[in-house]
Design a protein around this ligand. Structure first.
Ligand code: SR1
Ligand code: MG
Length: 411
């Protein structure tokens, strides 16, 4: 390994050398690594008036250790994605103060006054009025600007080439878009899901539909994506009485199908809903998928008149958005399935007192989203499937079986 892997005690000198910190005697550093892949350190001064975050890619997957090697150049993809978003949605990402390509380390805004959206939801909090709408808007701003609608053709080809990220794409192609449907050592699940896990592995129709989504992921170079847009990649809070969101961790960024980003967010919203139903803490959960789609669609349509290639007409926009929607429904299904019977499970479910009913419900929901993605045409269609599959998981609702009964229970 030919770069410097930082430990907590190295960070003060590192920040000083890189010109980010002047006073070597007034700095405290703690490691706050939380995601699956990287290390993160927070540095602050004694008075708590100054803070910085340092994120460094290790030459392996952090949670697996050296037995799962991974090129640290993934940090380049992250820095590149931040640069692209900074052009079009600077208010929705952390401020990047420097990128050290030689050591695969980003120095960025301290966001410790904000909270990870997944943590807020797991603790029974709500999304608030704007969060999902703004996530949808974020996806539209990034993807429109980096699509053939927002970028001249030659510039786009250069972006596609520069953003090729085979190792990280391979993780997704494996852990999200194939492994849960075959025998694989990465897969694991609660023993009371044995029957469903076996069904998923032997369901040839399901496998073919996942293969179709996998091929779309591999070949549909629509726009630059975040690439891992789950609720753990979003910070929320308030600054000066104004709601703030920050989308972070775009290391899985590459030029791919826009529906993947939307679908990942939706899947995590739907899993959070299953948790809230299990605990009887549902607040504004049901509206979030719709709000994210509305945020995306309205921003994409707002940007459409600025397109660089007007051969793409208004009727094509409708067709394109329909395709994005359908892909998003399917990708949401695959993300749900892998989070329950594949690799990298979600605390939303694993920390429930009894994770089984909610896990079973979300698994069935995931399967429906994959298989029925071309017939689920509106957010309400997904809300209905979600409510039906979660009926056994709904606190205090008894034996609901019809859509009408479930709709009534949501009022
Ligand atoms: C080996 S990495 C597993 C997962 O962690 C990341 O956050 C991505 O979601 C990836 O699929
Ligand atoms: Mg991440």
């Amino acid at each position: 390994m030919d770069y410097r892997i930082l430990e907590t005690e190295d960070v003060p000198a590192y920040l000083r050398e890189r010109g980010h910190w002047d006073d070597p005697d007034d700095i405290q550093v703690r490691e706050v690594s939380d995601g699956n892949m990287n290390r993160v350190f927070l540095a602050s001064n004694g008075a708590g008036t100054r803070g910085l975050a340092v994120k460094q890619a290790l030459p392996w997957v952090r949670v697996a250790g050296p037995s799962w090697p991974m090129s640290p150049e993934r940090a380049d993809a992250e820095a590149r994605a931040y640069q692209q978003v900074a052009r079009v949605a600077p208010d929705k990402i952390p401020a990047i103060l420097g990128y050290d390509a030689a050591n695969h380390a980003l120095v960025m805004e301290d966001m410790s006054d904000l909270e990870v959206l997944r943590t807020v939801l797991n603790e029974g909090g709500s999304y608030g009025p704007d969060t999902s709408h703004r996530i949808g808007e974020f996806v539209a701003q990034l993807t429109f600007a980096t699509s053939d609608f927002g970028m001249p053709s030659a510039e786009r080809k250069a972006l596609i080439a520069a953003s090729v990220s085979p190792e990280l794409c391979r993780i997704t192609e494996d852990v999200v878009l194939s492994e849960p449907y075959v025998e694989h050592e990465h897969n694991h699940w609660h023993p009371e899901l044995d029957d469903l896990a076996a069904e998923f592995r032997s369901d040839t129709r399901l496998r073919t539909e996942v293969a179709d989504l996998r091929h779309t992921f591999m070949t549909s170079a629509q726009a630059l994506l975040h690439g891992d847009l789950h609720t753990g990649s979003v910070m929320v809070g308030e600054r000066d009485d104004t709601p703030v969101i920050r989308v972070f961790d775009p290391e899985f960024s590459f030029v791919g199908p826009i529906g993947y980003d939307l679908g990942l967010y939706w899947a995590n919203v739907l899993v959070a809903t299953a948790r809230a139903r299990a605990l009887g803490t549902v607040t504004d959960h049901a509206a979030q998928l719709r709000l994210a789609w509305e945020g995306f669609e309205s921003e994409f349509r707002r940007l459409w008149p600025t397109r660089v290639d007007t051969f793409f007409d208004d009727a094509y926009l409708d067709r394109f958005l329909r395709r994005v929607w359908t892909d998003a429904v399917g990708f949401a299904g695959t993300e749900i399935v892998r989070r329950v019977i594949g690799f990298a499970h979600l605390t939303d479910l694993t920390t429930l007192p009894d994770p089984v009913p909610a896990s079973r419900a979300t698994l069935r929901l995931g399967r429906q989203l994959i298989l029925r993605r071309t017939e689920l045409l509106r957010p309400e269609d997904i809300e209905d499937v979600e409510a039906i599959e979660n009926a056994e998981n709904v606190a205090n609702v008894g034996s609901l079986s019809s859509v009408d009964g479930i709709r009534a229970s949501r009022m």
